[in-house]
Design a protein around this ligand. Structure first.
Ligand code: NGQ
Ligand code: ZN
Length: 455
């Protein structure tokens, strides 16, 4: 807010877009935004201070089934058999359950270093497909969960219309996901009345298989003048690539780039299976590749062509998606390790001699995550929201680390949490490893999942 006296903080080492700055200051106004980085006096934040990480892809309800789909089934287990388990689980989630599960998840996100989450939300209606009396009830449960936890939210209500590229209708378990375009646009309107400094309402198309071309065009036309983010799942599974080729005569990313003005407003979630041409064209578009390495590993999706994409200056960010794991450290570690295992080389994400893999990945995901979120986050500069992390400088694993090595040790060597304090929009939500409301939120989560387990 103009005219208010900012709160002054200092940091021994502050991560800015120029890299680490020594003996830095951070000034934050009443509205929770950074007003400047002048060195000076004020409360010391800590030794290593970083911007908070945006999590660009989340299906919050899936956190409650993490670990419950790891037992061999009667046929070959795949993404599609996992999806059946997930659908059965989703059927039991109502607004109270969603709020309880999401709030716990968001506490865990904050404690691991995520300060903003993009919620790709498609559990809209009652389990039989009837809208709730207030159609945005499930969305409001997510908004409330984020507010309780203190994480910033980019809510992405999902348009979901068909069960496949051939336009087949939704199966009974998918009915609660469904909208037509007018009711979808009404949902966006209703939710946008709640937008504020920590809540943005963007747009999501579930996938090319779930949204017919004409509907896609209508939604994009209606959204043409807003500057809010647009997300879509794409090219995660080979089966989807084959179906798209068969019905639309092109690969999914190729088709999308040909049929929509894909630019920096867009996040293409997964984008795993890309031809060389698609990888280059996606990079040129300026869209964000939304990589979710722990979920992609867990579901057996495949590996993103990371080196080529980085060489083409492609934008990327990370998400925890199904929440089989909730940690930016694990996402980035797996992103790099997948590449090392498949190429039998080291230091893949670092493309120039002397570059650090960890710094490259952390910086890239801050930048891409901020675009995906559609909010001024991901860096500490005047005008940005004050979302920051303080690392545990007493952790033995960070002893004798300097500006050149601390991020690599944070990302590759940490096995205990190294995020000590977390601030979102100028407010402390985690201090000394403890979230401000974690006991109440965990107790409610426990009783909720125990109830769900009893069926
Ligand atoms: C989802 N999740 O929407 O939750 C999807 C599975 C689908 C991931 N792809 C369902 N990881 O793609 O149809
Ligand atoms: Zn997803």
């Amino acid at each position: 807010m103009a005219g208010t006296i900012p709160t002054h903080y200092t940091a021994d080492r502050l991560w800015t877009t120029q890299g680490w700055t020594r003996d830095a200051g951070v000034q934050i106004d009443d509205g929770g935004h950074v007003t400047g980085l002048q060195p000076g006096r004020g409360e010391r934040l800590g030794h290593w201070v970083l911007p908070g990480m945006p999590n660009l892809h989340s299906h919050a309800f899936q956190r409650a089934m993490a670990g419950l789909a790891e037992r061999k089934g009667k046929s070959d287990d795949s993404f599609w058999t996992w999806r059946e388990t997930m659908y059965a689980f989703a059927a039991a989630i109502g607004p109270e359950e969603l709020k309880a599960v999401a709030a716990q998840l968001y506490v865990e996100m904050l404690k691991s270093g995520y300060t903003q989450v993009c919620e790709f939300h498609y559990l809209h209606h009652q389990p039989d497909g009837t809208p709730y009396a207030q159609p945005e009830t499930m969305s409001l449960a997510l908004i409330e969960a984020a507010r309780e936890a203190g994480i910033a939210l980019t809510l992405l209500p999902v348009l979901y219309m068909t069960g496949g590229f051939d336009g087949r209708p939704l199966v009974p378990r998918q009915r609660r996901f469904g909208h037509d375009v007018p009711s979808y646009l009404r949902l966006l309107d209703a939710l946008r009345a709640h937008e504020n400094e920590r809540l943005r309402v963007g747009v999501a198309l579930h996938s090319l298989r779930a949204v017919p071309e004409a509907a896609m065009r209508d939604v994009l036309a209606a959204e043409a003048r807003t500057h809010r983010p647009i997300h879509i799942h794409i090219a995660e599974q080979i089966g989807e690539v084959q179906d798209c080729l068969a019905t639309r005569g092109a690969r999914p990313v190729e088709w999308l780039l040909d049929h929509a003005q894909v630019d920096a407003r867009w996040t293409l979630v997964h984008a795993t299976h890309l031809s060389d041409e698609e990888a280059a064209a996606l990079a040129r578009s300026g869209a964000v590749a939304g990589l979710c390495p722990t979920t992609e590993a867990n579901l057996g999706d495949g590996l993103f062509p990371l080196a080529d994409y980085i060489d083409a200056h492609g934008v990327l960010g990370i998400g925890s998606d199904s929440h089989i794991s909730v940690s930016p450290v694990e996402e980035l570690r797996w992103l790099e390790y997948g590449q090392r295992l498949s190429t039998r080389h080291r230091n893949i994400a670092a493309r120039q001699q002397g570059d650090s893999v960890g710094e490259m990945l952390w910086a890239a995901s801050l930048r891409g995550g901020a675009l995906a979120a559609g909010m001024p986050v991901g860096e500490l500069r005047a005008g940005a929201r004050a979302d920051l992390l303080v690392l545990d400088d007493r952790a033995p694993v960070l002893a004798a680390r300097d500006e050149r090595s601390v991020i690599d040790s944070f990302l590759f060597a940490g096995n205990v949490p190294l995020v000590r304090d977390v601030m979102v929009g100028g407010e402390w939500v985690v201090r000394d490893f403890v979230h401000r409301d974690e006991e109440r939120i965990a107790a409610r989560y426990r009783s909720t999942v125990e109830r769900l387990a009893q069926g």
